[in-house]
Unconditional design. Structure first.
Length: 164
């Protein structure tokens, strides 16, 4: 069921990729056309609902009946979080709130620096054009906060190496 891979209620990095491809295709018709990151949102949001219902029906009516009785063990138990992990999650939550607040301060005000400098709009703007690096940086900040808070990251050597 890979057909629902990028169907999402949120704007995600794949939407940025698809808008670039769609813009290039649209320019073959009219060079002034531009496909925004959110132009496919209605289609994707509808796809979430349709693919959930269709995928569920196919799984229940076709796939699952052919699998037979499940013979696995049920010995797995949920593990409780350690106090350090709880603390790390709280710190990661605070990092999330701070990151979102900082980005909001750069997008929400009419003269925000991540808005379009001429029209002061969000669509199109540096915020939308830079959504992929923002998402990457968001996860970096939140995971770094969690790693430092739990003690898993103590020095630079604890971070993965990204050599060329």
């Amino acid at each position: 069921m890979g057909c629902g891979f990028t169907a999402n209620l949120l704007i995600v990095t794949t939407d940025v990729l698809l808008s670039g491809i769609s813009t290039e295709a649209a320019k073959s018709i009219d060079a002034s056309l531009h496909v925004s990151v959110i132009d496919n949102w209605y289609f994707m949001a509808t796809s979430v609902i349709v693919l959930t219902l269709v995928g569920g029906l196919i799984t229940d009516k076709l796939v699952e009946p052919r699998l037979g009785q499940w013979q696995g063990s049920r010995d797995e138990k949920l593990q409780t979080l350690t106090p350090g992990e709880r603390f790390g999650l709280r710190i990661a939550g605070v990092a999330t709130l701070v990151f979102v607040a900082v980005i909001a301060l750069m997008v929400v005000p009419e003269n925000g620096i991540l808005r379009d400098p001429v029209q002061h709009t969000v669509m199109p703007s540096p915020f939308i054009k830079g959504i992929v690096p923002l998402i990457i940086f968001f996860f970096f900040v939140v995971s770094l906060a969690y790693g430092i808070a739990t003690g898993k990251i103590r020095r630079q050597a604890d971070l993965p190496q990204f050599d060329d």
